[in-house]
Design a binder for this molecule. Structure first.
Ligand SMILES: O=C(O)CCC(=O)C(=O)O
Length: 264
Protein backbone atom coordinates (compact mmCIF):
# COMPACT_ATOMS: atom_id res chain seq x y z
CA UNK A 1 0.00 0.00 0.00
CA UNK A 2 1.42 3.32 -1.17
CA UNK A 3 -1.04 5.35 0.83
CA UNK A 4 -4.65 5.15 1.91
CA UNK A 5 -6.90 8.00 2.95
CA UNK A 6 -9.48 6.94 5.53
CA UNK A 7 -12.39 9.34 5.89
CA UNK A 8 -14.02 10.10 9.21
CA UNK A 9 -12.47 7.26 11.25
CA UNK A 10 -11.48 9.12 14.42
CA UNK A 11 -14.05 10.66 16.74
CA UNK A 12 -13.94 14.47 16.85
CA UNK A 13 -13.64 14.58 20.69
CA UNK A 14 -10.50 12.42 20.50
CA UNK A 15 -8.92 14.76 17.92
CA UNK A 16 -9.94 17.74 20.06
CA UNK A 17 -8.27 16.12 23.09
CA UNK A 18 -5.02 15.63 21.16
CA UNK A 19 -5.14 19.23 19.91
CA UNK A 20 -5.78 20.67 23.40
CA UNK A 21 -2.89 18.62 24.77
CA UNK A 22 -0.64 19.88 21.95
CA UNK A 23 -1.50 23.46 22.95
CA UNK A 24 -0.88 22.67 26.64
CA UNK A 25 2.53 21.23 25.78
CA UNK A 26 3.61 24.37 23.92
CA UNK A 27 2.42 26.57 26.75
CA UNK A 28 4.22 24.62 29.47
CA UNK A 29 7.41 23.49 27.73
CA UNK A 30 10.71 25.16 28.45
CA UNK A 31 12.67 25.46 25.24
CA UNK A 32 16.44 25.03 25.15
CA UNK A 33 18.57 28.04 26.11
CA UNK A 34 19.64 28.24 22.52
CA UNK A 35 16.43 28.05 20.48
CA UNK A 36 16.42 25.15 18.05
CA UNK A 37 15.15 25.82 14.53
CA UNK A 38 13.67 23.13 12.33
CA UNK A 39 13.87 23.50 8.59
CA UNK A 40 14.06 20.84 5.88
CA UNK A 41 16.26 23.08 3.72
CA UNK A 42 19.45 21.79 5.28
CA UNK A 43 19.69 18.35 6.90
CA UNK A 44 23.19 19.12 8.15
CA UNK A 45 21.89 21.96 10.32
CA UNK A 46 20.50 19.69 13.06
CA UNK A 47 21.84 20.36 16.56
CA UNK A 48 22.36 18.13 19.61
CA UNK A 49 18.99 19.24 21.02
CA UNK A 50 17.45 17.66 17.91
CA UNK A 51 19.45 14.42 18.16
CA UNK A 52 18.60 14.05 21.84
CA UNK A 53 14.87 14.53 21.19
CA UNK A 54 14.17 10.91 20.18
CA UNK A 55 12.71 10.05 23.59
CA UNK A 56 11.77 13.54 24.79
CA UNK A 57 9.25 16.28 24.25
CA UNK A 58 11.36 18.93 22.53
CA UNK A 59 10.27 22.10 20.80
CA UNK A 60 11.55 23.35 17.46
CA UNK A 61 10.88 26.77 15.99
CA UNK A 62 10.32 28.21 12.54
CA UNK A 63 13.36 29.75 10.90
CA UNK A 64 11.39 32.90 10.13
CA UNK A 65 10.28 33.29 13.75
CA UNK A 66 13.74 33.54 15.31
CA UNK A 67 15.94 36.59 15.13
CA UNK A 68 19.20 37.02 17.09
CA UNK A 69 18.31 34.00 19.21
CA UNK A 70 14.93 35.42 20.25
CA UNK A 71 11.36 34.68 19.18
CA UNK A 72 9.77 37.43 17.11
CA UNK A 73 6.21 36.21 17.71
CA UNK A 74 4.34 34.28 20.43
CA UNK A 75 5.75 30.86 21.34
CA UNK A 76 2.76 29.11 19.74
CA UNK A 77 2.94 31.13 16.53
CA UNK A 78 6.67 30.46 16.29
CA UNK A 79 6.56 26.70 16.83
CA UNK A 80 7.38 24.44 13.89
CA UNK A 81 7.06 21.12 15.69
CA UNK A 82 7.24 19.24 18.97
CA UNK A 83 8.74 15.76 19.13
CA UNK A 84 9.95 13.10 18.85
CA UNK A 85 8.96 11.09 21.93
CA UNK A 86 5.38 12.24 22.62
CA UNK A 87 4.25 8.62 22.53
CA UNK A 88 6.74 7.87 25.34
CA UNK A 89 6.61 10.92 27.56
CA UNK A 90 3.15 12.48 27.33
CA UNK A 91 0.25 10.65 28.95
CA UNK A 92 -2.40 11.69 26.41
CA UNK A 93 -0.30 10.79 23.37
CA UNK A 94 1.03 7.65 25.05
CA UNK A 95 -2.49 6.44 25.79
CA UNK A 96 -3.47 7.18 22.21
CA UNK A 97 -0.73 4.77 20.98
CA UNK A 98 -2.47 1.90 22.78
CA UNK A 99 -6.04 3.02 22.06
CA UNK A 100 -8.39 0.83 20.02
CA UNK A 101 -8.55 3.64 17.45
CA UNK A 102 -4.77 3.77 16.92
CA UNK A 103 -4.46 -0.02 16.91
CA UNK A 104 -7.14 -0.44 14.29
CA UNK A 105 -5.28 2.07 12.04
CA UNK A 106 -1.94 0.29 12.54
CA UNK A 107 -3.62 -3.05 11.78
CA UNK A 108 -4.47 -1.82 8.29
CA UNK A 109 -0.95 -2.82 7.24
CA UNK A 110 -1.37 -6.43 8.34
CA UNK A 111 1.31 -6.37 11.06
CA UNK A 112 0.86 -8.42 14.26
CA UNK A 113 2.82 -5.90 16.27
CA UNK A 114 4.62 -2.62 15.65
CA UNK A 115 7.46 -0.59 17.16
CA UNK A 116 6.80 3.14 17.26
CA UNK A 117 9.96 4.94 16.14
CA UNK A 118 8.88 8.57 16.51
CA UNK A 119 5.95 10.90 17.04
CA UNK A 120 5.55 14.61 16.46
CA UNK A 121 3.05 17.44 16.35
CA UNK A 122 3.56 19.60 13.29
CA UNK A 123 2.06 23.06 13.73
CA UNK A 124 2.27 24.65 10.25
CA UNK A 125 1.29 28.01 11.64
CA UNK A 126 -0.44 30.80 9.71
CA UNK A 127 1.74 32.99 7.49
CA UNK A 128 5.09 31.29 8.01
CA UNK A 129 4.56 27.57 8.83
CA UNK A 130 7.55 26.34 6.81
CA UNK A 131 7.75 24.27 3.65
CA UNK A 132 8.62 20.56 3.96
CA UNK A 133 10.78 19.48 1.02
CA UNK A 134 9.89 16.29 -0.91
CA UNK A 135 11.25 13.27 0.93
CA UNK A 136 10.63 9.64 1.89
CA UNK A 137 10.44 8.73 5.57
CA UNK A 138 12.54 5.61 4.98
CA UNK A 139 15.41 8.06 4.28
CA UNK A 140 15.43 9.15 7.92
CA UNK A 141 13.89 6.08 9.61
CA UNK A 142 15.53 3.19 7.80
CA UNK A 143 14.15 -0.29 8.45
CA UNK A 144 15.17 -3.46 6.70
CA UNK A 145 13.24 -4.78 5.00
CA UNK A 146 11.33 -1.53 4.60
CA UNK A 147 8.24 -1.64 6.81
CA UNK A 148 8.19 2.01 7.91
CA UNK A 149 4.67 3.42 7.91
CA UNK A 150 3.15 6.73 8.93
CA UNK A 151 -0.18 7.79 10.35
CA UNK A 152 -0.87 11.42 9.53
CA UNK A 153 -3.70 12.71 11.71
CA UNK A 154 -5.00 16.24 11.08
CA UNK A 155 -5.96 18.06 14.28
CA UNK A 156 -7.25 20.93 12.14
CA UNK A 157 -8.76 21.03 8.67
CA UNK A 158 -5.97 20.61 6.14
CA UNK A 159 -6.45 22.18 2.70
CA UNK A 160 -4.27 23.32 -0.19
CA UNK A 161 -4.60 26.90 1.13
CA UNK A 162 -3.09 26.13 4.55
CA UNK A 163 -0.33 23.78 3.43
CA UNK A 164 -1.82 20.27 3.28
CA UNK A 165 0.28 17.21 2.53
CA UNK A 166 1.08 16.38 -1.13
CA UNK A 167 2.00 12.84 -2.17
CA UNK A 168 3.43 11.22 -5.28
CA UNK A 169 1.27 8.21 -6.24
CA UNK A 170 2.81 5.41 -8.25
CA UNK A 171 1.62 2.10 -9.69
CA UNK A 172 4.97 0.51 -8.88
CA UNK A 173 6.78 0.58 -5.55
CA UNK A 174 8.95 3.68 -5.21
CA UNK A 175 12.69 3.21 -4.92
CA UNK A 176 14.50 4.76 -1.99
CA UNK A 177 16.29 7.89 -3.19
CA UNK A 178 18.67 8.56 -0.31
CA UNK A 179 19.60 7.63 3.25
CA UNK A 180 20.32 10.01 6.09
CA UNK A 181 22.81 8.41 8.47
CA UNK A 182 24.40 9.20 11.77
CA UNK A 183 27.68 7.50 12.51
CA UNK A 184 29.77 8.49 15.52
CA UNK A 185 27.97 11.83 15.78
CA UNK A 186 28.60 12.66 12.15
CA UNK A 187 25.55 12.89 9.89
CA UNK A 188 25.50 12.59 6.15
CA UNK A 189 23.18 11.80 3.27
CA UNK A 190 24.03 8.95 0.92
CA UNK A 191 22.44 8.50 -2.49
CA UNK A 192 20.79 5.07 -2.85
CA UNK A 193 18.99 5.13 -6.20
CA UNK A 194 19.10 7.53 -9.08
CA UNK A 195 15.50 8.71 -8.98
CA UNK A 196 13.94 12.07 -9.59
CA UNK A 197 10.46 13.30 -8.76
CA UNK A 198 8.57 15.79 -10.80
CA UNK A 199 6.69 18.50 -8.89
CA UNK A 200 3.70 18.27 -11.24
CA UNK A 201 3.10 14.61 -10.31
CA UNK A 202 2.41 15.30 -6.63
CA UNK A 203 -1.25 15.48 -5.64
CA UNK A 204 -2.77 17.29 -2.64
CA UNK A 205 -4.44 15.30 0.13
CA UNK A 206 -7.06 17.54 1.69
CA UNK A 207 -8.37 16.26 5.00
CA UNK A 208 -10.96 17.00 7.64
CA UNK A 209 -10.78 16.32 11.34
CA UNK A 210 -11.47 12.60 11.82
CA UNK A 211 -9.70 11.58 8.59
CA UNK A 212 -6.36 9.74 8.68
CA UNK A 213 -3.73 9.24 6.00
CA UNK A 214 -1.85 5.93 6.16
CA UNK A 215 1.34 5.95 4.12
CA UNK A 216 4.36 3.86 3.31
CA UNK A 217 7.92 4.87 4.18
CA UNK A 218 8.82 4.98 0.49
CA UNK A 219 6.02 7.37 -0.51
CA UNK A 220 7.49 10.74 -1.55
CA UNK A 221 5.59 13.55 0.17
CA UNK A 222 5.95 17.24 0.88
CA UNK A 223 4.03 20.32 1.98
CA UNK A 224 4.19 23.96 1.01
CA UNK A 225 4.63 26.92 3.29
CA UNK A 226 1.39 27.96 4.93
CA UNK A 227 0.70 31.44 3.58
CA UNK A 228 -2.93 31.48 4.75
CA UNK A 229 -4.26 32.82 8.03
CA UNK A 230 -5.38 29.36 9.25
CA UNK A 231 -3.12 26.91 11.07
CA UNK A 232 -2.84 23.26 10.04
CA UNK A 233 -1.83 21.22 13.06
CA UNK A 234 -1.24 17.47 12.64
CA UNK A 235 -0.08 14.57 14.81
CA UNK A 236 2.19 12.10 13.02
CA UNK A 237 3.35 8.70 14.27
CA UNK A 238 5.90 6.56 12.47
CA UNK A 239 6.27 2.88 13.20
CA UNK A 240 7.64 -0.35 11.77
CA UNK A 241 6.69 -4.01 11.76
CA UNK A 242 8.21 -5.75 14.81
CA UNK A 243 9.52 -8.42 12.43
CA UNK A 244 11.85 -5.92 10.70
CA UNK A 245 15.07 -4.31 11.89
CA UNK A 246 15.73 -0.68 12.70
CA UNK A 247 19.09 0.56 11.48
CA UNK A 248 21.69 1.52 14.08
CA UNK A 249 22.72 4.26 11.68
CA UNK A 250 19.38 6.05 12.04
CA UNK A 251 19.63 9.44 13.77
CA UNK A 252 17.13 8.22 16.38
CA UNK A 253 18.25 4.61 16.83
CA UNK A 254 17.18 3.11 20.13
CA UNK A 255 16.96 -0.51 21.21
CA UNK A 256 14.12 0.45 23.48
CA UNK A 257 11.33 1.30 21.03
CA UNK A 258 7.72 1.33 22.21
CA UNK A 259 6.14 -1.99 21.27
CA UNK A 260 2.44 -2.17 20.47
CA UNK A 261 0.88 -5.59 20.07
CA UNK A 262 -1.91 -5.74 17.48
CA UNK A 263 -3.05 -9.33 17.66
CA UNK A 264 -5.78 -8.69 20.26
O1 LIG B 1 3.08 17.61 7.91
C1 LIG B 1 3.88 17.93 7.03
O2 LIG B 1 3.78 18.98 6.43
C2 LIG B 1 5.00 17.00 6.64
C3 LIG B 1 4.97 15.73 7.41
C4 LIG B 1 6.05 14.79 7.05
O3 LIG B 1 6.87 15.04 6.23
C5 LIG B 1 6.10 13.50 7.71
O4 LIG B 1 5.29 13.22 8.57
O5 LIG B 1 6.99 12.70 7.37
Amino acid sequence: MDYKLLKNVLPAPLCQKLKSEALNIVESIRGPRELSIFTTKNDDARDSYFYNSLDKISIFFEEEAVSNGKLKYSKLDSTNKVGHGLHLKNEVFRNFSFSKEAKSLMKEFGFKGVDIVQSMIIFKNPKFGGEVKPHQDQTYLYSYPNTIKGLWIPLEVSKVENGCLWVLPSKEEHLLKERYMRVENRTFVEKVNDVSWSDEDFIPIEMNIGDVLLFDGLLPHKSFKNTSSTSRMAYVIHFKDQESNYSKKNWNYSDDLMRVSLDK
